[in-house]
Design a protein around this ligand. Structure first.
Ligand code: NI
Length: 185
């Protein structure tokens, strides 16, 4: 997920990786659950994930966006412009509010494209941290939207899938045009 208001901060130790864009099949594939024996591999990818996200700059990045078909994502909303990294391994939405909220979303895989997306206003998410410990987070506002957006990525879903076909096609055509003209990508 992207946010236009965030400052670009210097990346940590990791290497900035290319972020995949449509029609790359990795963005449309459902990821596989991270097994306990794969946590080491996930941990090894985290510095590059965060470096890539911070450099973009973005506030969330899911493994399929860098071509990794495993169920994990990173988020950092940078409250008070200070890093607050969150690692979500095998995240699942376990509760949603009946109330809905509309928020403008973007995505690092759909650079320069933004649209209002309607999602449950509050969610509870169960996940494992980078050490494999099970955790739960309840969120509203930006974090709630970001959690749902990143978990969608792990199921091969992009934010444009929540829009009408008309709006989605318009946005995807604009992205293709922007890439062709070298505006983004
Ligand atoms: Ni995204």
């Amino acid at each position: 997920m992207t946010s236009v208001t965030l400052p670009s901060i210097s990346p940590p130790s990791g290497t900035k990786l290319p972020i995949l864009m449509p029609p790359h099949p990795s963005l449309r594939a459902k990821t596989r659950k991270v097994a306990a024996g794969e946590l080491e591999r996930v941990r090894a990818l985290l510095p590059d994930m965060f470096a890539t996200m911070y450099a973009a700059p973005g506030i969330g990045l899911a493994a399929p966006q860098i071509g990794v078909g495993l169920r994990f994502a990173v988020i950092d909303l940078m409250p008070n412009e200070a890093p607050a990294p969150l690692v979500l391994v095998n995240p699942e939405v376990i509760r949603v509010s009946e109330e809905w909220a509309v928020r403008e979303e973007g995505c690092l895989s759909l650079p320069g494209q933004y649209a209002d997306v309607t999602r449950p206003a509050r969610v509870a998410v169960r996940y494992q941290d980078a050490d494999g410990a099970t955790r739960e987070v309840e969120a509203e506002g930006l974090l709630a939207a970001c959690l749902q957006h990143e978990i969608d990525h792990l199921d091969g879903v992009l934010f444009v899938d929540h829009l009408s076909a008309l709006k989605r096609n318009m946005l995807m055509r604009k992205l293709a045009k922007d890439i062709k003209q070298g505006v983004v990508g």
